[in-house]
Structures are given as C-alpha cells and as structure tokens.
Design a protein around this ligand. Structure first.
Ligand code: FCB
Length: 452
C-alpha cells in the first residue's frame, strides 16, 4: 500500500475529541433477507426486484446477508471493530406488513433483540425508520405521492418509538429523501420505478412533511433520544467559469442541496428551483413549511463524491481526476470538507454526523483475505477530510462507514461491494477486509489518545 501520512492511525486519531462518535452503517432491506418470514410483507423494493431488468445482476434481496438469522455474529463483528455506534434501519413491512392497520409482534421482536444485543455489547443504537422499503400495501394506495402516507408514517414512527425509543441514541426519520423521490419517481431507476417529475417533487414534499410531523409527535410522546434526518449531499461544481455552466451547476445545487436544506433549516423552498419547476412545483398546504422546519437535534450527511455540471448536464466522473470507484463515482475527499464548511456557512446547523461514507471496489478473496487498499485509503482520506471540517468549526459529532458488510446494493444488486467485511453469498461466510483492520487500528489509537 502506498505510504501516506493521512493513513497513520495515530496521527489521524489526535485530530478528534475523545467523545467523537464512530460507527458503521447498514440498512434493513440490504442485509436482512428473510423477506417472507415471520409475517413480513412485500416492500416496494421486493416488487421492484421482480421487474425484469430492474436489478443489474438480476439478483434480489430474499437472502442478502441473511442478517435476520445471523445478527448475533454480525453484532460481534461490529463490537470487534471497536466502534461506539451502529446505524441500522427498521423494515416497515416487517413490523406493520401493510403499512396501515395491524402491527406484527414477531417483527418487533427482531428489533427488540437487535437493540438489546447492541446494548449488551456496549454499542449505541442509531435507528432509521425509512431506508426506502415502503410497504407495498401503501404503494397500492398511492405511496409517497399520497398525502395519506404522511400520516401512516407518523403512526409507524410513534409505534417504533414507543417500543424501542428509550433504548436508542438517535432516531432518524428518513434516509436520503432526494434518492427516494428523484431516483424512485423521476428517473425510475429505483423502486417504485415511476417516471414523472411532478410526482417526484410531491413525494419529496411529503417525505419532508412527514419528517416534521413525526418529530413533533415523538417529542410530544416524551421521546428523549436525538431526532434528525439524513440527506445525501455533494458539492455541486461548475465545469468551467462560463456563465452558462455556472447557471446549470447552481440549479443542480438547488435541486440536490437547497431543495432539502432550505425548507428544513430556513422554512422555505428555494425560489430559483421553484421557478424552474413551473407546473411541477409541489402542492404545499398552509402550515406545511412551518412543520418541515421543526428543529432537529442533528443532521446526517451521506457523502460519496462531488457532482460537476456544465450546461449540457453532468460531467462524466471519468473525465475529472481519473480516480473512480466500482460505482463509477469520483474519489474526491476534499469535497466532504468543502460541503460541510459550506453547510456551516449557509445554515444554522444542529449537530452534524457523517452518517455514510465508503466505496465499492471489485474485491478479491484470496487465501482467506481481502486486501482492499483502495477502500482503506478512501476511508482514511475521508476521515482526514472530516477532521479538516471539524478544525474549521463545523459542529461535527460523528462519522460512520458505509457499510459493515457487502450487501444488496439496490439496482446494482449483489455485484457492488461496499463492505469492510466481505460476504461470500454462497456460504454467508464473513471475512473482515484489510479496511476493517485499519479502522480497528484507528479506533484503538483513538482510545489510546483519549486515555493519554
Ligand atoms: C446510499 C444509500 C445506501 C447505500 C449507499 C452506497 O445512497 O443510503 O443504502 O446504498 O448509497
């Protein structure tokens, strides 16, 4: 592995306070499997996987990492890393099969055991309510495009909080509303596979509205853990200094960043994007924007890469710095610092966590080992970028690697591997990669510098 000062665990550890949160993240649909067990019903992703051509390798998540049966060993792996926190999500159709009406006790039992299993191992649970797997029963009633789903989500949030809330450190309403709205309802490459821009915008509005309403309901219920939302954000840069390129980049920044940050932290939608949407602008009822701007305890930021736009559209990442991951995403650690500093400059932020950061590479298991030097370097570089943002005054409280395990990477199927632990899908054998060992060494160094 190329020697690089930023990869020295000791030097990096000295740049963080001892109480900084370190974690690994997963999501229910991507790891659990057991899609037809113990009363779970279909989510929109189960249905989407059955559409010919929807998933690149024609795989599905029926088995995935079989985490539903192997969760104890998986939590042991988390513990062995030496992290303080684990981020996971609840599968809504496991605990309320249709998304309305009856609760499924067996579904709740699983998360009960999981949360207790974390606490027993000294790990703090960070629960996400919606990591994309909407019950199909609600899709059949209009899904997120229907305002009724907002109220169903608030009921679901309240029930999860009632059963598990007192044992959580953080609770997140939604993971990446942009992706659910735009990839699910505009480009249609993710579930539920719809292609209507106006609907995508309405879905985004309903996701934000349900976030605000859920926060109010959970606080009224007396829930004490920290509440927030997770957004996928990137710096959006212009391909050149030309005014036409800059205008396009500014609009794309509006769509990706300001469309979500402005209503959440300023109580309004950005005018330039509203103007461009024209007839596709969302139907907003009186009071909605005030609800969306309900204060958050934290903001989660998922960061993978930057975006570069010119007048003609997105610039192919391969034409940029040349270093790309197996997803075709450019490796651009500095973008994380730039993004966090910009958010800190433009908004009054609550606590901030990097809730996802990681990379897919075509790993090879050779003689029982995976030497994923590129991933190790990616993670170390982004932790360094996080330290730079912290030093610049961003109210950062934690960082989590995506992902603990290789898992079902949505429309890319099982072929793209993001784990710091390798999964052999034929045997379900787990093998920590070199990156997991580096992260463990880094966390050991963190502990040693905290004790010093
Ligand atoms: C994010 C998702 C996560 C994972 C990573 C690679 O958009 O939140 O589930 O798929 O990308």
């Amino acid at each position: 592995m190329e020697q690089d000062a930023s990869m020295d665990p000791q030097a990096l550890a000295r740049r963080f306070p001892s109480h900084f949160v370190w974690g690994v993240a997963t999501s229910a649909f991507q790891i659990e499997g057991a899609t037809h067990e113990d009363g779970r019903a279909d989510s929109i992703w189960d249905v989407f996987c059955r559409q010919p051509g929807a998933i690149a390798d024609a795989s599905n998540a029926d088995l995935a990492c079989d985490h539903y049966h192997r969760w104890q060993g998986d939590l042991d792996l988390v513990q062995q890393l030496g992290v303080s926190d684990y981020r996971f999500s609840v599968s809504w159709p496991r605990v309320q099969p249709l998304g309305h009406g009856a609760w499924n006790p067996k579904g709740f039992d699983f998360y009960d055991r999981l949360v207790d299993g974390l606490l027993q191992r000294g790990l703090a649970p960070n629960l996400t309510l919606n990591h994309w797997d909407l019950p199909q029963g609600l899709q059949e009633r209009g899904g997120w495009a229907s305002r009724d789903t907002v109220h169903r989500f608030v009921d679901y949030a309240a029930e999860v909080a009632r059963r598990l809330g007192s044992r959580l450190r953080t609770l997140t309403t939604h993971n990446e509303p942009f992706v659910q709205a735009v990839l699910g309802h505009e480009s249609g490459i993710f579930a539920p596979g719809i292609r209507q821009r106006g609907m995508a915008i309405q879905v985004a509005h309903h996701l934000l509205l349900s976030h605000g309403l859920a926060l109010r309901a959970l606080r009224a219920q007396g829930l004490e853990c920290d509440l927030g939302i997770v957004l996928n954000l990137s710096p959006v840069q212009s391909a050149s200094d030309d005014e036409v390129d800059r205008a396009r980049a500014r609009l794309e920044d509006g769509r990706l960043v300001r469309w979500f940050m402005d209503p959440l932290f300023r109580g309004c939608y950005p005018d330039d994007v509203l103007h461009e949407l024209g007839a596709d602008a969302p139907r907003v009822e009186q009071g909605d924007l005030g609800i969306i701007a309900t204060p958050n305890d934290f903001l989660g930021v998922n960061y993978y890469s930057r975006s570069v736009f010119g007048a003609a559209g997105a610039v192919d990442p391969r034409q940029l710095s040349g270093q790309i991951t197996d997803m075709g995403w450019e490796i651009y650690p500095r973008g994380l610092t730039e993004l966090l500093c910009r958010l800190h400059r433009d908004y009054t932020l609550p606590d901030v966590y990097v809730t996802e950061n990681g990379a897919a590479f075509p790993d090879q298991l050779v003689d029982g080992r995976v030497q994923d030097a590129a991933r190790t370097r990616y993670i170390a570089r982004h932790i360094e970028a996080t330290a730079d943002a912290l030093a610049a005054g961003v109210p950062l409280k934690g960082y989590m690697v995506w992902s603990l395990l290789d898992n079902f990477e949505w429309a890319s199927g099982l072929a793209k591997r993001f784990g710091i632990v390798h999964v052999d899908y034929a045997t379900q054998r787990r093998t920590p990669k070199a990156s997991a060992k580096w992260y463990r060494d880094f966390l050991l160094a963190m502990r040693a510098s905290a004790a010093a």
